[in-house]
Design a protein around this ligand. Sequence first.
Ligand code: WT7
Length: 617
Amino acid sequence: MVENATVKEYPNTYRFSIEEPEKFWGKLAEENLEWYKKWDKVLDDSNKPFYKWFVGAKTNIIHNAIDRHLKTINRNKVAFIWEGEPGDVRSFSYNAVNREVTKMANIIASMGVSKGDIVTIYMPQIPELIFSMLACAKIGAAHSVVYAGFSSTALADRINDASSKLLITADGGFRRGKIVDLKSIANEAVEKSPSIEKCIVVKRTGQDVKMEVERDFWYHNLCEEPFVNNKCPTVEMDAEDMLFILYTSGTTGKPKGVIHTHGGYSLYTSTVLRMVFDLKPIDRWWCLADPGWITGHSFIVYAPLILGATTLLYEGAPTYPNPDRVWSMVDKYGINVFYTSPTAIRGFMRFGNSWVKQHDLSSLRLLGTVGEPINPAAWEWYHRVIGQEKCPIMDTWWQTETGGFMISPYPITPLKPGSATLPLFGIDADVVDEEGNSTAPGEEGILVIKKPWPGMARTIYKDDDRYKQVYWSKFEKQGWYLAGDSARRDEEGYFWVIARLDDVIKVSGYRLGTAEIESALVSFPKVAEAAVIALPHDIKGNAIHAFCILNEGTEVTTTLEKEIKDHVRHEMGPIAVPEKVNFVLSLPKTRSGKIMRRVLKAKAQGLDPGDLSTIED
Ligand code: WT7
């Protein structure tokens, strides 16, 4: 019923999924996944908002992503293809993935890691990144992948929050023809991370790196140990046991460790990938994202493997060495479904169509986008030039906290460029005003999700209160999830996501908290106070603009802006570096001392700053 829904059937299936969530999700869980032990109850809502799914069930995501395929003809099909930036290629059947994950799992276990521990992974986009995630899951440890573009400070903060004993890293990675020296950054971070006892280091680039005796071990040396090929049973987990932590930005400076679990996440991510992109074992799927973000976790690694499809991972910059790198790979590997972000699409677009035309893209049947609203020009180009007018575009709205797609078309849904269309089955989304009344068509409001779903985050690591406060306090009485976005619905109920409501900005699709950037800015000795805002940018969608008040007596030299940018790069990483640093004598603040970013923004854009009655000065 669900699988063959047509446009006409959508409302019925949707209604059923909302009215009977336990039947809806229970049936999908039974038909599409294997469980060591079935659940006693599909949904336990006795302790809201700490919902539990598939209570009493025993599973492990690895059982569905790897183990069960070994018993079928999928065993010898390609599970994943990897291409390095220099052009080296490695590919792995499901059987080979199992072999590699078993090796890595035995090694991780030999380092004293066991069920319940959290392993931090800081790696370039190489196969061992995926193997280490899967290996942790296999032995019941949780992983915390830290994006390789983050600085040593950001890495240390995340290691310390998770109290990891083990760090898995690499000597370096290739990006735009250069070596990114990850090991030096990792060394710096580990100095500030007392919990770390051991590091596994994968050799990728081969440059000289500093290895600490008795702490750091080369992965290839460990692989020589006889025990690595021993059988390694997949550990039975409760459906609700933690699979991973992923840190994401919010309103305050401290990143939030969002938690996802083995059971609900397995079901949710694989269900939405199968339904939205019609992904089947014969398909070659390319999600062009970094595995260090939720997009990569859900849709490079776990969901495509659960579906038995072939997933592609590319190490480097998408326009290196030429702007057609990605299109040459679509052609070479016969990619059927391609998924990326509006910022990447705008980045390709600016090089013109001739780079695309050199390649045969006829294998593509569906395209997708995620990360921010897609502008009409980018949508049209994607549709016309990449999809050759025959590939529907799935504009998927979702978040780190939602686990998988939430508002998105199915392949049969009539599209409107720039709209993520309608909520998926089981997702009770709405746009409401401050009081919780649904807004009229066309009217801007607050995006909420009114019912729980299996892929939802379970909490923020070690901070249940913050979880409640951030997501569930605004509409506490109603028990609704606050997504943090503003949106409107049109006459046909289509959703148009507008922007973040909180102090989160989206730069090239990356989510950054203004507070984090501001705290990096004020940690520079010459900066007394700072505020950052996002201004529109052709490629990045938004660009960061900083406003700094300098300490008394500080001179604005010609190099000061660069010094400040370098400092932010060192504190947070390249993605957080402001486009422009402005030096000001004061910042607009409310009487309670809150910086009024909207005033800065309006002024910077030459617009009317609106109501200034609460401004102090
Ligand atoms: C925020 C979540 C990379 C996985 C998703 C990003 C914005 C995401 C869309 C879309 C408009 C979108 C929202 C959301 N967003 N997808 N299709 N249309 N806005 O995960 O880093 O947790 O960011 O990204 O503002 O709240 P994330």
